[in-house]
Ligand binder design. Structure first.
Ligand code: 9MR
Length: 490
C-alpha cells in the first residue's frame, strides 16, 4: 500500500508533466557512460589556497526545520563527537527562508548570528560549510501541527507564513510525507510561489533577495564555501521540463546574480526537480551563467533516493535490482547535467540516506560512497539526526554509519584529483599538480588503520598530526601527475 502510494507520487509528477519526461530524456546521450563508474569530474570546489576539496559530511539537521529559533538540535559537543569518530570535513547546514525573512523585507540578523555561531564551530575544526535553504512541502504554515502520524516530526517547512498562499484549497492528512506535495493546497502554494498563477510575482523576488542577505553576511567567511539555492524543488502544476527549464532555472539565475552583487567567491549550488530526478529520471535543468569574473563557480548538488529504499524495502532481492537500475540512470543524468548543461560543474551529492538497519544497508552505503569517490563528488549524508538513519541512535549507540564514514580520504589536494582509493590501512591518490598551489595536500587517516608512524611514497611529508589525524604532503613542483601512497610505517 505504502509503496504504491509513493510510487504514485513519482508517477503523478510524470502525469502532470505530460510530455516533459520525454523531452528531458531525449537530452540524455543514448549510450553515454550510463551508470558506468568511469566518469570522473575534474572539477572541484576549491579552498582559498586553490586546493581541490573532497567533501565528506552530513546534513545537519532535520531538527532545525521547525525549531522556533531555526537551529538544529546539534551541540558543539555533538560536532566534537562526529569529528573525532568520523573525520568529516563538511556539513550541509539547514537554513530556512522563514527564519531569514520572518517579515517581508526584514532580514533577521539575530538568526544569521546564530547560524554564524554554528559556522564558527565548524571553522574551528577545519570544516567547510554549505548553507542549504531548506524546504519540504513548501512551508510549516500549511500544516504546522500535522505530523502525518509517522512519528517523524513536523512535515512542512521552509517558506514564511506571509509567503504561503493556498487560496483556501485543502490539505488532507497523508501517511507518507512526500504525498503532501500533491495535496491541492500545497500545489497551489507552489503555483503561487512560482507565479504560475500570475498572482504573486513578488515571492520569487523576495526569495532571491533573502539569498542576497545571507550571502552578504557570509561573503567574507572562508568556512562557508557554498550556497545550496533550494532544497528539493517542486514545481506544483509545472513538472520536469516545464518547471526545471523554466521558473527553476530562472530562480537559480536570478539568485546567482543577486549573490554575486555581494559575494564573488562562494560556490552556488543548484539541484534538479527532486521528485523523479532523485529516483533516476533525467533532468531538464537549464544552464546557469555565473556573472563573476574568472571561472564559473556553479556546482551541481543533486540528491539520490531510489524508491525501494525510501519505502523501507532494503537493498536486497528485487529492491536491489531496482536500486541498481536507478543508480545507472541517475549517474548518467548527473554526468549529463554537470558536463553538458553546466559546462563542467563540480558535483556534491547533497543528500542520500537510508534506514541503516535495513537488510543490505551496508552494501548500499558502500556502493554510494564508491560511486561518489569514483565520480569525484562530495557527499553530505542525510542526516546527522539521531535515529536509525543517522550515525547515532538517541541513546548514543553508533549505527553502521560511523565505521562506514570513518575512512582515509584526501581532503584538500594541491591540484586536480584524478583518482583515489582507500582501504583500512592504505590510501592511494593520483592527482595532477598545480604549480600555482603552494599549500600542501591534506589527507585524513583514521587511527584504526594508521595507529602510529606512516610511510609515504610519491611525496614528501610536511606534517603528521596524530591528534587531528591529518597528514600533509607535498609533491615535486615539476611533476605533472603524481601518485601518493600512504601505509602504516613497517
Ligand atoms: O527525514 C525527514 C523526515 O523526518 C521528515 O518528516 C520529512 C519532512 O520534513 O523530511 C525528511 O527529510 C527529507 C529531507 O528534508 C529532504 N530530502 C529527503 C529527506 C528524507 O526523506
Amino acid at each position: 500500500m505504502r509503496s504504491t502510494r509513493l510510487a504514485s507520487l513519482v508517477l503523478a509528477g510524470s502525469l502532470i508533466a505530460g510530455g516533459g519526461i520525454a523531452a528531458a530524456q531525449s537530452s540524455v546521450p543514448p549510450s553515454g557512460s550510463a551508470g558506468s563508474s568511469d566518469w570522473t569530474s575534474t572539477s572541484y570546489l576549491t579552498d582559498k589556497d586553490g586546493r581541490s576539496l573532497i567533501l565528506r559530511g552530513f546534513n545537519t539537521a532535520s531538527s532545525a526545520k521547525s525549531a522556533p529559533d531555526g537551529m538544529p538540535a546539534f551541540t558543539e559537543a555533538d560536532l566534537d563527537r562526529e569529528h573525532a569518530a568520523m573525520g568529516t570535513n563538511f556539513v550541509r547546514f539547514l537554513i530556512s527562508w522563514r527564519s531569514v525573512e520572518p517579515e517581508p523585507g526584514k532580514y533577521d540578523q539575530a538568526y544569521l548570528d546564530r547560524v554564524e555561531q554554528r559556522v564558527g564551530w565548524y571553522a574551528e575544526r577545519g570544516y567547510k560549510v554549505m548553507l542549504d535553504m531548506h524546504q519540504d512541502v513548501y512551508s510549516g504554515a500549511i500544516m504546522a501541527d500535522d505530523t502525518a502520524g509517522t512519528g517523524a516530526g513536523p512535515i512542512g517547512n521552509g517558506a514564511p507564513a506571509w509567503a504561503t498562499f493556498t487560496d483556501g484549497l485543502p490539505v488532507e492528512k497523508q501517511d507518507q510525507w512526500e504525498l503532501y506535495y500533491i495535496q491541492p493546497g500545497v500545489m497551489r502554494a507552489f503555483d503561487n510561489f512560482w507565479n504560475t498563477t500570475g498572482k504573486h510575482p513578488e515571492l520569487v523576488e523576495h526569495y532571491v533577495n533573502a539569498w542576497r542577505a545571507v550571502a552578504e553576511r557570509f561573503a567574507a567567511n572562508e568556512t562557508v564555501v557554498a550556497y545550496d539555492l533550494m532544497n528539493e524543488p517542486w514545481g506544483g502544476s509545472l513538472q520536469f521540463g516545464a518547471f526545471e527549464a523554466g521558473p527553476l532555472t530562472d530562480l537559480y539565475q536570478r539568485s546567482t546574480n543577486a549573490i554575486r552583487t555581494v559575494d564573488q567567491d562562494s560556490w552556488v549550488c543548484v539541484a534538479p526537480q527532486a521528485v523523479g530526478v532523485n529516483q533516476g529520471i533525467p533532468s531538464a535543468l537549464g544552464k546557469i551563467t555565473d556573472p563573476r569574473a574568472g571561472e564559473q563557480r556553479i556546482a551541481y548538488c543533486p540528491h539520490l533516493y531510489p524508491l525501494p529504499l525510501d519505502l523501507g524495502d532494503g537493498y536486497s532481492g528485487v529492491s536491489k535490482t531496482l536500486t541498481d537500475a536507478t543508480m545507472q540512470t541517475w549517474l548518467a543524468s548527473i554526468e549529463q547535467v554537470a558536463t553538458d548543461v553546466l559546462g563542467g560543474a563540480p558535483v556534491i551529492l547533497g543528500e542520500f540516506g537510508l534506514d541503516t538497519t535495513l537488510p543490505g544497508a551496508q552494501e548500499y552505503l558502500d556502493r554510494v560512497y564508491t560511486a561518489a569517490r569514483e565520480m569525484g563528488a562530495g557527499v553530505s549524508y542525510w542526516s546527522s539526526d539521531p535515529g536509525t538513519w543517522g550515525p547515532y541512535l538517541a541513546d548514543g549507540t553508533p549505527t553502521i554509519l560511523v565505521n562506514t564514514m570513518n575512512k582515509a580520504y584526501p581532503r584538500a589536494v594541491a591540484g586536480t584529483p584524478l583518482s583515489w582509493s582507500s582501504s583500512v590501512d592504505r590510501l592511494e591518490l593520483t592527482y595532477r599538480t598545480d604549480p600555482a598551489v603552494t599549500a600542501p595536500t591534506e589527507i585524513y587517516l583514521p587511527a584504526a588503520g594508521f595507529p602510529g608512524d606512516v610511510a609515504v611514497q610519491g611525496a614528501d611529508v610536511v606534517g603528521w598530526d596524530q591528534d587531528s589525524r591529518l597528514l600533509t604532503v607535498r609533491s615535486a613542483a615539476d611533476a605533472a601527475e603524481v601518485t601518493v601512497t600512504v601505509t602504516p610505517a613497517a
